[in-house]
Design a protein around this ligand. Sequence first.
Ligand SMILES: C[S@@+](CC[C@H](N)C(=O)[O-])C[C@H]1O[C@@H](n2cnc3c(N)ncnc32)[C@H](O)[C@@H]1O
Ligand SMILES: [Zn+2]
Length: 284
Amino acid sequence: MKNPDPHYLCPLCNQPLQLDVSEKNHVCPNHHRFDCAKEGYLNLFPVQFKHSKEPGDSKQMITARRLFLEAGFYEPLAKALVMIINITHAPHNNTYRLLDLGCGEGYYSRYLERYCERSQQMSLHGNDIAKIAIAAAAKKQPSAHFVVASSSRLPFGDAYFDMVLRVFAPSDAQEINRLLKSSGHLLTVTPGPRHLWQLKEFIYKDVKEHTEEIIIPEGFEPVTRQRISYKITPNAEQRRALLQMTPFGWSAGVGVQATLSNLSELEIEVDFMLILSIKTSTGD
Ligand SMILES: C[S@@+](CC[C@H](N)C(=O)[O-])C[C@H]1O[C@@H](n2cnc3c(N)ncnc32)[C@H](O)[C@@H]1O
Ligand SMILES: [Zn+2]
């Protein structure tokens, strides 16, 4: 049973949305109406805000990401996120609201629900601009609250969340600041310098280590930094999925894809940078 936590704001007039008596629509005082999808998510990204017909990741990318992540290759990262969230979630916090920003098909939200120490007190939310990603996430995790919305304009009031989690997802620093409570946390994961090095070697002539300095948004102070790196050996199908779910995979031609599929084995480095920061001011 979904807890009645979400207090969404109407994306058109910013007034509170209420579930109507049929429990199938959310309606604002100005009679803007948004249907609950059969998978249980809400689409609060009106057509007039869209710059393309199907914004965000494609169905193919989302299917590939689910296949790859469900195989457990990024579980050490997910475990590290759980450990960090456990220390930020104080026992006296009755409801701990966490937003998985640009959540994709929802792997990390599912993992947090399963493994966080106080997940019973957590209200888990996820947003993504890709409707197909949100539908997939909502179907697999009915207890969480998923919404189709852009991370640059989210349908929640100020200071609504205790934690914003951002894993490889675009963000808007001001919007994150607005959404977080005072002393709320932002947990960001970005690719480290050697992330997917051996895969990139197939695509680019000259792979360079990029020194990924994570920028702390205005109004935040860093709390902890962590680098997690290890090697994975996905099989041919999983390598194909990994290529499909990464932006640089798009530049891989058919020849590269075939070579990669035909290898008997390929060890690939994964490298993640995690940074936990705390909101110290409104950043205006
Ligand atoms: C690299 S994926 C990461 C997904 C997920 N965090 C994960 O690690 O599995 C980036 C996600 O951001 C979404 N996205 C892109 N632009 C966005 C925006 N403006 N607002 C919300 N989501 C967006 C994409 O649809 C995609 O699902
Ligand atoms: Zn409205």
